[in-house]
Each structure stands twice: as structure tokens, then as C-alpha cells.
Design a protein. Structure first.
Length: 141
């Protein structure tokens, strides 16, 4: 029994225009919200050199800083009054060992304050010494 006699059967249709509109909106949303990573790099051309190992050892002036902020130059305790006084002590120690431009080797305790190490660096700068290194030790197993 056909109840729908006389009616024409409608074919379902797929309307692509709203689908295209929706896809364009999604595409615009993705383009606006996406952040593009731009890696900023410094172009550094490092100098090249080929040389044999230096025969002479560098002149090293060892500066020790303990956890309490006390200083020692080549294991000789130094009283810290100011950066200038420490710079004078560095000059005297270098002159006593006849060093012209020593490497300042800072060995600070792990619990030493940052300011204590900066004081040594500043004293080396005031004394005119530009070569500074830091000593470390590996963790014991």
C-alpha cells in the first residue's frame, strides 16, 4: 500500500557551499592562532688556528674563597677590607712571584656567596688582570 501516491520523491542533496564556508573559517582560525617559530641565531664566525701546545705553563695565581667569605691568595690568608685592597694584594702576590699577566684562578666553596666571587673578579679587573678561570671538581662517586 503506497500512501504517498502522487508525490514526487525528493532526492537528498548535499549542499557544498556551507561546507566550504565552514572550512574557510576553520582555515582562517588556524592561520590566525598558529604561532610560527622563528629561530633567531647569532651568526658567529669563530677564528681558526692551528698551533702546537704551548711549551710554557701559564702563570696562575690561585684565589680561594671559603663558605664564610674569607679569601686566600696562593693559600695565604688575606683580610678583605675593600675591592681595592684585594686588588693591591693580588698585585703584590703577582709581583712577589714575578708574574706579568697571571691567570686568576678562582676556587670558591660551593656554599660561598656570589658576592664573594664577584669581589675577586672585580679586584682582578681593578688590578688589570683580564684572564680569569674557575676551578671545579667532579662529583665523587
Amino acid at each position: 500500500m503506497n500512501i504517498r501516491r502522487g508525490r514526487v520523491r525528493e532526492e537528498p542533496e548535499i549542499n557544498f557551499i556551507p561546507l566550504i564556508d565552514l572550512l574557510l573559517v576553520i582555515l582562517i582560525f588556524v592561520m590566525v592562532t598558529t604561532t610560527y617559530s622563528r629561530y633567531s641565531e647569532l651568526q658567529i664566525n669563530l677564528p681558526e688556528a692551528s698551533a702546537d701546545k704551548s711549551v710554557e705553563k701559564p702563570q696562575i695565581l690561585n684565589i680561594g674563597v671559603d663558605a664564610a667569605g674569607k679569601y686566600a691568595i696562593n693559600n695565604n690568608p688575606v683580610n678583605f677590607n675593600s675591592v681595592d685592597a684585594l686588588a693591591n694584594a693580588l698585585r703584590e702576590a703577582a709581583n712577589a712571584q714575578q708574574m706579568k699577566d697571571p691567570v686568576i684562578s678562582i676556587g670558591a666553596d660551593a656554599a660561598a656567596t656570589h658576592q664573594a666571587v664577584v669581589n675577586v673578579m672585580e679586584a682582578a679587573r681593578v688590578a688589570g688582570y683580564t684572564k680569569i678561570s674557575f676551578t671545579t671538581q667532579s662529583k665523587s662517586r
